[in-house]
Design a protein around this ligand. Structure first.
Ligand code: SF4
Length: 350
């Protein structure tokens, strides 16, 4: 099996009680079957604590005031400190690690919803990338019965090209994102027409932004009206915290009043460099998943438009960039319903 891991994946360390936005607060934490069985069979002093803290019917930890009931006042996990790390459920053991599975390939990335991951990625010396290795493990090929290798090769090749475009610092980040979105749009058209063999050729061609804007999806150029309208998608999403929706409304009101701020998005090299890493992280995580749903344009747009949103929210609210990114990811990425709303919005442009 081929394994791709985001740079520093194995070096990630949870900062536990020092975390400004613990993953044990806000989310309902689901428990896998094996862990549930282990908790049921636990004997001794901790048994009563588990009986109170685990909702066996819902397969989830009980929440008290939106906090996991296993979380102690000092911000540490009672279950982990009493039973040891090996007894954490899969969700707690794996988060913020994320896996994508493609035939004999596994891709591992770190979720932007974790403040410590965001701090690591935004740090000056961190360049987004991944390492590749091979191991002996193999999967049941039946699991991927309908997997189309030809399309997957084209998607992988396209993602490589997108990462290359994203790295071209001679261009503003916005121009790079427009090129990435346009490439995805062209690939989507070929895919929809069934011209799979031509997808590879389309990736090889240089991407030029000379297209007639009326002939392409509005999200590619991501103008003022488009970005303002697309903020409504965020406002209508289910949210973990009301203050999040308020900050999106504040962002919309700010840009309505100050279109000049949007239109003069001048390049701050430092901001572009940081957001470039977020763009690459989202492309790495989302793009190749199009092999399963064919949503090539929408998946590239999740990366592109998320970066635009993050920049808008950051500038309008004056919050710091790191917290804007992890709050965005917590609210948008960790709800299938919210991700699907975004996908439907981008699909409606086609
Ligand atoms: S969000 Fe990240 S750093 Fe914070 S408690 Fe969870 S894993 Fe640890």
């Amino acid at each position: 099996m081929i394994v791709r891991k985001q740079k520093d994946f194995d070096n990630f360390k949870c900062i536990a009680d020092k975390c400004p936005k613990s993953c044990c607060i806000g989310w309902q934490i689901m428990i896998d079957e094996d862990s549930l069985k282990r908790y049921k069979e636990t004997k001794g002093d901790f048994r009563k604590r588990l009986e109170e803290g685990v909702d066996y019917k819902e397969s989830a930890f009980v929440q008290r005031n939106t906090r996991c009931s296993m979380l102690k006042e000092n911000g540490l996990c009672d279950l982990q400190s009493t039973l040891g790390e090996g007894n954490l459920c899969n969700t707690c053991r794996l988060y913020p690690r994320h896996t994508e599975e493609f035939l004999d390939l596994r891709e591992y990335s770190l979720s932007l919803s974790c403040p410590e991951v965001v701090r690591m990625i935004l740090s000056k010396d961190y360049e987004f990338g991944w390492d590749e290795s091979e191991n002996e493990e193999n999967d049941d090929p039946d699991e991927f019965e309908d997997f189309d290798l030809l399309i997957f090769d084209a998607l992988e090749y396209a993602r490589e090209k997108m990462i290359e475009i994203a790295s071209d610092r001679s261009l503003s980040l916005e121009t790079r994102m427009q090129k990435i979105a346009l490439l995805a749009y062209k690939l989507q058209a070929l895919y929809d027409e069934g011209d799979v063999l031509e997808m590879g050729d389309a990736v090889s061609e240089p991407v030029s932004l000379d297209e007639d804007p009326d002939e392409i999806a509005a999200g590619i150029l991501g103008g003022y009206e488009y970005c303002l309208k697309s903020l409504d998608v965020l406002i209508d999403m289910e949210s973990l915290e009301e203050s999040w929706t308020d900050s999106i409304k504040e962002t919309k009101a700010y840009y309505k009043k100050h279109p000049e701020v949007f239109n003069t998005r001048d390049a701050s090299k430092d901001l572009d460099f940081k957001l470039e890493k977020i763009l690459k992280s989202l492309l790495f995580t989302y793009f190749c998943g199009a092999i399963y749903d064919g949503q090539i344009y929408a998946r590239a747009m999740i990366a592109v438009q998320s970066v635009r949103f993050i920049e808008m929210i950051y500038k309008a609210t004056g919050a710091d960039l790191g917290s804007t990114i992890y709050l965005y990811s917590r609210e948008v990425e960790h709800s299938d319903d919210n991700v699907n709303r975004m996908i439907s919005f981008f699909e409606s442009e086609l």
